[in-house]
Design a protein around this ligand. Structure first.
Ligand code: ADP
Ligand code: MG
Length: 258
């Protein structure tokens, strides 16, 4: 079983420390949610995991399937089975959703075997159709230009379809803090629920408590000031919904000063 293990992770952006010793393990088959107020470093964690060059790891370790993730390029991480949904997907006019997905899939295959001729088109079409049915997407969506004029919900749909196509072992979904409407929230949740199972581990990062009305995580973590300060089951999310973050802040600040 694949495991993503994060140990004592410290990350800085332009010499400012954002992550201050974060520990977390996500296994295949588990759904984890990280929640926390704006500015606590949630997106920093997501970008660091995928190897964004602006984020400097100053201390700590990240292991996936026994390999040192921090020494890998982003595409190697992806090939190994990590998936990061883009917070701000770019539009590619002229390239359809279907072509984009086929290109991504073929790049993955060629990385494994340089002789690979690519997935035969009929096979790809059949698989894509099945995935889109599973995700309850209209077939015409595959023929649209990627992210070109897409609504927030449609961008999320493209992202989830990409995840369904690449079949990662661990997916990290960072919910954008602005413009995430209820429609997009529902699409992400339904996609995660449809794709989740023993082969997929999911880390959903959000500051929207209501996301958890749709996704049922096995584990909920609260992040504050660059660390996970509280972990629990789904009941922790309910508690947050009712009481907000103030009690965590108080507990954490008292704990720190004691
Ligand atoms: P969250 O996703 O929890 O809202 P972020 O990881 O986006 O938090 O940001 C954490 C902190 O890092 C914030 O204080 C933010 O202002 C700062 N930060 C994020 N990106 C940059 C950047 N590119 N340059 C400088 N500071 C940044
Ligand atoms: Mg964020």
């Amino acid at each position: 079983m694949s495991e993503l293990v994060i140990k004592n992770l410290h990350v800085s952006i332009e010499d400012k420390e954002i992550l201050k010793g974060l520990d977390l393990t996500v296994r295949q088959g588990e759904i984890h949610a990280i929640m926390g107020p704006n500015g606590t470093g949630k997106s920093t964690l997501a970008y660091t995991l995928m190897g964004h060059p602006s984020y400097t790891v100053t201390e700590g370790e990240v292991w996936f399937k026994g390999q040192n993730v921090l020494e890998m390029e982003p595409d190697e991480r992806s090939r190994l089975g990590l998936f990061l949904a883009f917070q701000y997907p770019v539009a590619i006019p002229g390239v359809t959703v279907a072509n984009f997905l086929r290109t991504a899939l073929n790049a993955r295959r060629r990385a494994v075997n340089p002789e690979d001729k690519g997935i035969p088109i009929p096979e790809f079409r059949k698989a894509l159709k099945e995935r889109m049915e599973l995700l309850k997407m209209e077939s015409s969506f595959a023929g649209r230009y990627l992210n070109d004029g897409f609504s927030g919900g449609e961008k999320k749909r493209a992202e989830i379809l990409q995840m369904a196509t690449l079949k990662p072992e661990i997916a990290i979904l960072d919910e954008t803090d602005s413009g995430l409407d209820i429609d997009a929230l529902r699409i992400v949740s339904e996609g995660v629920n449809a794709l989740s199972g023993p082969g997929l581990g999911v880390l959903v990062i959000t500051h929207y408590q209501r996301l958890l009305n749709y996704i049922k995580p096995h584990f909920v973590h609260i992040m504050l000031d660059g660390r996970i300060v509280e972990s629990g089951g789904p009941d922790l999310a309910l508690h947050l919904e009712e009481h907000g973050y103030d009690w965590v802040r108080e507990k954490y600040e008292n704990g720190v000063s004691a």
